[in-house]
Every structure is written in C-alpha cells, then in structure tokens.
Design a protein around this ligand. Structure first.
Ligand code: ADP
Ligand code: AMP
Length: 217
C-alpha cells in the first residue's frame, strides 16, 4: 500500500528543507504545493496568475484550485509508491480531499510530523531565507549559507528572496496558519498519526529526529 507523509508546521519551520533531505534519503517523491505554485507563477500559467495575488498577500489559494493541482501531481507515476507532502494539506477541507484521493489508489497518510518552532525563530528564518529559481532549494544567510552568495550549490541557479518573506507578509502568514492550518493538528492527532518534532534544533538534528520517528512507522 502506498504510504504518504504529511510534513506539518508553520511557514518557515523547515518543512521544505527537511522534506527534501528525507525524500532523498528514503527515495520518495517530494511534493511541495508552494513550489508548484511558484513554478506556475514564473511560467505565467493561468493557475499562476490566479494564485499570485493570494500568495503575495500571504493568504491561502482557494481550496478548489489547490486540491485539483495536487490531485494532478499525485496522479504522476513517481507518486504511485507514496510521497512526502510539504505545504499540503493546509485546511481541513484539503485534508479530507486528500484522504479521499489517496483512498481511490489504496493509499493513505500514515504519518504526520508536526515540525514545531517558536515564532521568534520563524521570523528570523523566513527573513533570512534564500530560494533557488530552478528547483526551490532553500538556504539561510546565517544558518545554511550557500558556498557562493546568490548561487545555488546544487544546480547553479540564481538565489532570490521570496516576495512573501517580507516581515509584514510573514506575520500575516503566521496568522493564517493559526486560523486555517492549525486545526489539522487535532485532525491528525485524532487519527493517531501526529508526532511533534522539535524544529528549533540544527538542520541535521531535526533530520535525525524525523528519520527516527519515520523508522517506527
Ligand atoms: P518551510 O518549508 O517550513 O517554509 P524552509 O525549509 O524553507 O521552511 O526553511 C525556512 C528557512 O529556515 C530557510 O532559510 C532554511 O534554510 C532555514 N532553516 C530550515 N531549517 C532550519 C534549522 N533547523 N535551523 C536553522 N535554519 C533552518
Ligand atoms: P509555501 O511555499 O508552502 O510557504 O507556500 C507559499 C504560498 O503558496 C502560501 O502562502 C499560499 O499562498 C500558497 N499555498 C501553498 N500551499 C498551499 C495550500 N496547501 N493551500 C493554499 N495555498 C497554498
């Protein structure tokens, strides 16, 4: 049965950083809703144009658009054996839609690590984040700097600071997380799938906790 893992946590907690490492380690696909939206934005697709305003304001893109985008992505052959989901689901309606679409392929969400980080660290992480244009690899000016400033170590593409990582937008996104996404903690707890992981530690230590927790699933 294909197993899916939902990496939950506030924006800037380190979901993308960890999802990429864990997906490489376990040879699973990494599905990041934010990365897919940003790819659509830079290619100026219809979906990108529809999503742009919501993203720049730090709001969630409406559920119908997001759910159908993820449904398309999960139907790709590389997700057939399972995947790590990062940034999706973000609302109870998305979580319910995910359960239904996975069940259609005899899959299920088996484990939900909640990466917890206090808000003061989040602000520092997001305002120091640099992302790569080509594949969404992430760096931090202080905690995870690239070898050469402004250039991705992994694919040589340009690093940029996200429009929505400005202080006022970050605050809005934290508010949106509390109101719209935090209810998923109770949703997955009730199913016995949630494990809290201390995301305030160094990147390698967080990875070790995640791999240990995943090994028991
Ligand atoms: P998310 O996907 O949850 O929004 P990211 O993985 O993009 O978060 O991480 C946000 C920022 O924090 C990035 O600049 C990243 O390099 C940095 N970061 C991630 N994990 C850690 C950590 N454990 N310690 C310090 N900085 C981190
Ligand atoms: P992220 O890269 O996960 O921080 O997401 C960046 C932005 O993309 C969010 O602030 C939203 O505007 C949008 N987004 C990403 N994932 C979702 C989702 N599951 N539901 C709605 N909007 C999303």
């Amino acid at each position: 049965m294909p197993n899916y893992y939902v990496f939950l946590g506030p924006p800037g907690a380190g979901k993308g950083t960890q999802a990429k490492i864990v997906a490489d380690t376990l040879q699973l696909s990494h599905v990041s809703s934010g990365d897919i939206f940003r790819a659509n934005l830079s290619n100026q697709t219809e979906l990108g144009k529809l999503a742009q305003g919501y993203m720049n304001r730090g709001e969630l893109v409406p559920d119908d658009l997001t759910i159908s985008m993820i449904r398309d992505r999960l139907q790709k052959p590389d997700c057939g054996k399972g995947a790590i989901l990062d940034g999706f689901p973000r609302t109870p309606a998305q979580a319910e839609a995910l359960d239904i679409m996975l069940r259609e392929n005899a899959g299920e969400v088996v484990f939900v690590p909640l990466i917890s980080v206090p808000n003061n660290l989040i602000l520092e992480r997001m305002t120091g984040r640099w992302s790569c244009r080509a594949a969404g690899h992430v760096y931090h000016s202080k905690y995870n700097p690239p070898k050469q400033a402004g250039v991705c170590d992994l694919d040589g593409s340009e690093l940029y600071q996200r429009e929505d990582d400005k202080l006022e937008t970050v605050q809005k996104r934290l508010d949106v997380y509390e109101k719209q996404t935090a209810p998923l903690i109770a949703y997955y707890s009730a199913q016995g799938k949630l494990v809290e992981i201390d995301g305030s530690l160094e990147i390698t230590q967080v990875t070790a906790s995640l791999l240990q927790a995943l090994a028991g699933k």
